[in-house]
Design a protein around this ligand. Structure first.
Ligand code: CTP
Ligand code: MG
Length: 214
């Protein structure tokens, strides 16, 4: 079946403080261009959700739609703009995406219908209380969820439509598929897939780009 990459890039980048993150550059290339170019070889089309009134930055080869007020709204609008059988959803703000990871999450989605990249947690986990360290949380079996996430477009669209109707908010699409009753395969991700969220993340991205682009 046909595969589309859907890239929500309609956020305002409040925590980074540089305007919409899609247009922010790392070593001379926008975050959006980096994400689009990582995905183009693997899919038949790339569709990007942009902030209202914005246009694609130069050099980005994709189709654009206007996003919504939340990430969830933006992804629903992207799903409605595609007629692919399988979709892969990836945050524009995660520019360091390797081909092996894209292939692995797409293979898992073709096999099971729903999959996400996620990173097994390596640090000790603790729940804070009034004094600081409260209670240690068992780390075994815990994964930090990233993107890309992939699955059958009909399942994802049905989950989004129902969530919008019922006012159910989720932080990501694999979570919505799970909420809708589908089993979601976890595919081991990579630390380079961190989301550029704060000014410190952007400094890290600049340093990483020197290696990544070489
Ligand atoms: N996103 C979107 N539509 C929205 C909000 C977010 O398409 N209404 C996208 C962002 O552009 C980003 C991804 O969802 O690629 C993850 O969101 P986040 O990292 O929170 O980005 P922003 O919402 O832009 O940043 P902030 O929350 O700091 O304002
Ligand atoms: Mg946000």
């Amino acid at each position: 079946g046909r595969v589309a990459a859907l890239i929500p890039a309609a956020g305002s980048g409040t925590r980074l403080g540089r305007g919409p993150k899609a247009y922010v550059t790392v070593a001379g290339r926008t975050l959006l261009e980096r994400s689009v170019e990582a995905l183009r070889p693997h899919v038949s089309e790339v569709i990007v959700a942009l902030p209202e009134g914005e246009t694609l930055p130069a050099g980005v080869r994709a189709r654009a739609v206007t996003g919504g007020g939340t990430r969830q709204d933006s992804v629903r609008l992207l799903l409605e703009a595609s007629d692919a059988d399988v979709v892969l959803v990836h945050d524009a703000a995660r520019p360091f995406l390797g081909a092996g990871t894209v292939r692995a999450v797409l293979d898992a989605a073709r096999a099971s219908g729903a999959a996400t990249v996620a990173l097994p947690v390596a640090d000790t986990l603790v729940r804070a209380d009034g004094t600081g360290w409260g209670e240690r949380v068992e780390r075994a079996g815990l994964w930090a969820v990233q993107t890309p996430q992939a699955g059958r477009r009909d399942w994802l669209l049905a989950a989004h439509t129902r969530a919008a109707r019922e006012g159910h908010a989720a932080t990501d699409d694999a979570g919505l598929l799970h909420w809708a009753g589908h089993a979601v395969t976890l595919v081991p991700g990579e630390a380079t897939l961190f989301k550029v969220t704060t000014p410190g993340d952007l400094q890290l991205a600049e340093a990483l780009a020197a290696m990544w682009d070489a």
